[in-house]
Design a protein around this ligand. Structure first.
Ligand SMILES: [Zn+2]
Ligand SMILES: [Zn+2]
Length: 312
């Protein structure tokens, strides 16, 4: 028993150390992101602890029948059925409590001082929340606060509770499955839309990335993953001058955007979770231009760089 626990702790530490090292490097390269990287370093460490606790809880449950998976994928149905996912209130309560401590001890946006998000954490009532069934009713988490809570904070907390659990399921099944025939814009494992995309190879083939569960799959480069629009007059992308490793791909039919990393212009290693954090300025630019996405956490002030727009 103690042997298993030690092994799991080592894995947690190793996973986190790798990310931590990368974030330390980035802090020196991108001092403007130092605050948020310090904050996310703590969040990611907590996420690994939570995952490890949940792995022990789920271990005998996760598995499934690969034949059944194939038939679901053929019909365009993601592999994970939300109704089959097991949650554990005790583990979740512990995670939420520790997340709240991290949030209360330091906002990634201290200097801006304009956000009420972290001040709202003072009104948190954990007990009220867990007296209810957290994810079955409307507006989960709303019972935690004595005043209205910003959508960003709510999204952040809900994502941090659910996504690590999805990623455990995904990890157990995705290596056994061939996603090459999957041609949907949503994730073949968890059904969420991707938060990021990456371009690679000579032809710049596009990979979509579900940060919710960590799955990656190929998708047409000239089609909107959100509404399947293929009208090239409505699909375009922006990039910041002198920073062409990142793009914001937009669709004027559905008004959504996706942050895209051009791996041909990027020095490895690339960690998509961290990339998502250090490109929050791109989310702000996309939002300013009226586009939206379902991203989990957007709280920093936008810079005002010069932008270039390109149509496909
Ligand atoms: Zn997914
Ligand atoms: Zn679209």
């Amino acid at each position: 028993m103690s042997h298993i626990i030690t092994e799991q702790n080592q894995t947690v530490d190793q996973r986190h150390q790798k990310k931590s090292r990368l974030m330390r490097q980035l802090k020196t390269q991108m001092p403007q992101y130092e605050g948020i990287l310090v904050f996310f370093d703590r969040v990611l460490k907590e996420r690994e602890t939570y995952r490890s606790e949940f792995c022990k809880f789920l271990d005998p449950i996760v598995g499934g029948d690969p034949a059944q998976y194939e038939s679901r994928l053929k019909k365009g149905i993601p592999l994970l059925d939300r109704n089959d996912i097991r949650f554990d209130n005790k583990i979740m309560a512990g995670h939420l409590g520790r997340l709240v401590k991290i949030l209360k001890s330091g906002s990634p946006n201290k200097s801006a001082g304009s956000s009420d998000t972290f001040r709202q954490m003072k009104n948190l009532h954990l007990k009220t929340f867990f007296d209810k069934n957290p994810f079955s009713g409307e507006a989960p988490l709303s019972g935690l606060f004595s005043s209205p809570v910003s959508g960003d904070l709510m999204n952040f907390l809900v994502s941090e509770m659910i996504h690590p659990v999805l990623s455990i399921y995904a990890e157990k099944i995705k290596d056994r499955i061939d996603f090459s025939q999957w041609n949907q814009g949503y994730c073949p494992v968890c059904g969420e839309f991707p938060e990021m995309a990456a371009l690679s190879g000579d032809s710049g083939k596009r990979t979509l990335i579900s940060l919710a569960c960590g799955t990656e799959w190929q998708y047409s480069r000239v089609k909107c993953p959100f509404c399947e629009n293929e009208n090239q007059q409505q699909l375009s992308y922006f990039f910041i001058e002198n920073d062409e490793q990142y793009r914001i791909e937009t669709c004027d039919q559905c008004g959504q955007y996706i942050k895209t990393i051009d791996l041909r212009k990027k020095t490895p290693p690339v960690d998509y979770e961290i990339e998502n954090i250090i490109t929050i300025h791109l989310d702000m630019i996309a939002r300013e231009k009226g586009y939206s996405n379902a991203g989990p956490f957007r709280e920093t002030q936008p810079p005002n760089p010069s932008m270039t727009q390109v149509y496909h």
